[in-house]
Structures are given as structure tokens and as C-alpha cells.
Design a protein around this ligand. Structure first.
Ligand SMILES: [Zn+2]
Length: 175
């Protein structure tokens, strides 16, 4: 189990030269762009990173991250737990021109002044790993498919509280 924090800034070329392994936690609440995308999250992402120089002489980072997020169900807007996992391979480059030379198996990561902002790297990977949309199972969702389809005026006037739009308004008002 990981207990230590991942360092925010590292010198990746030095780490690659020594085949270093880094692992640690990243507080999700500190990731502003992630918060903007999916709302504030509690807890930590778990991150494992191996720095090395590969057979072609590239400085690379092979990594894995895991995070337990709460994402809004597209149908009822209530938060639902979602495990996000990603395995990735990064190639260090010092310019955009060099990034174009990397094979498609590698994602470029720009290293400036021998420094790398690891938190930004983790945040980028997390955002790339987010599912496009999430839905509860029908049995667990607060909006049933029948409610979504029942747009006939006779039905909604009989039971206005059951209208999916009322449910949505209610949930939005709470947050
Ligand atoms: Zn739902």
C-alpha cells in the first residue's frame, strides 16, 4: 500500500540514467484542471513510475495510475463511484519538434531545464483516462428509462413529481 506523496518536481534525465522507480500518492483535490472537468474529488491517485533509458537511447517513463473517482451519472446526475486506471509510456523530449519523432507507442512529455512537473503529468493522464459518459445500472439509477421516455403530456400532468425534469431540477438545486 502506498503511503508517501509523489514528489511534485523531479529531474527526469537523472532519474532515467539511474533507472529510478518512484511511487506515491497525489491528492486529487490539488488537481485544478481535473476538478474543473469532473467536480471536486476526495482521496488520492496512486501512481507508480519507472524511469529508464531504452535500447534506442530514449529517456522514457513507464507508469501506472489508479484513482477512485465520483463521476456524475449522465442520466440522473447523482455521483457514482468509478475506478479509473491507466498504463502509459512517456518519451521525454525537449522540444515539440522532437516530440514528432517519437513512435506512436510513446506519449511525448516536455522536459524544460531538466525539470518535470510530475503532478501535471499525472493530471494529464487522469484526464485522458476519464470515461466519456457514465451511467448507473438501470436498477440503481434514480431516473428510469421509462421516465425518460414518458414525455406524453397526459402522464406528466397526472404525476408531475415523477417527471425526469423535476428530478433533474431537484438534484441541481441541491448541489
Ligand atoms: Zn443515474
Amino acid at each position: 500500500m502506498l503511503t508517501s506523496r509523489l514528489p511534485g518536481r523531479v529531474e527526469p534525465y537523472r532519474l532515467a540514467a539511474h533507472d529510478e522507480h518512484l511511487e506515491g500518492l497525489v491528492a486529487l483535490a490539488e488537481l485544478a484542471r481535473l476538478t474543473e472537468a469532473i467536480g471536486e474529488q476526495a482521496g488520492d491517485a496512486r501512481v507508480w513510475l519507472d524511469f529508464t533509458i531504452d535500447a534506442q537511447g530514449r529517456r522514457v517513463i513507464s507508469g501506472r495510475l489508479e484513482a477512485d473517482l465520483l463521476l456524475a451519472c449522465r442520466r440522473c446526475l447523482a455521483p457514482m463511484p468509478q475506478r479509473v486506471e491507466s498504463d502509459f509510456l512517456l518519451g521525454m523530449v525537449t522540444s515539440d519538434a522532437l516530440a514528432a519523432e517519437l513512435p506512436s507507442t510513446h506519449e511525448p512529455v516536455l522536459v524544460e531545464d531538466e525539470q518535470l512537473n510530475l503532478l501535471a503529468v499525472v493530471e494529464d493522464e487522469l484526464i485522458l483516462s476519464l470515461p466519456q459518459v457514465v451511467y448507473h445500472d438501470e436498477a440503481e439509477c434514480q431516473v428510469s428509462p421509462e421516465q425518460l421516455n414518458s414525455t406524453a403530456p397526459a402522464e406528466t400532468s397526472e404525476a408531475p413529481a415523477d417527471s425526469p425534469f423535476d428530478v433533474l431540477r431537484h438534484l441541481k438545486g441541491k448541489s
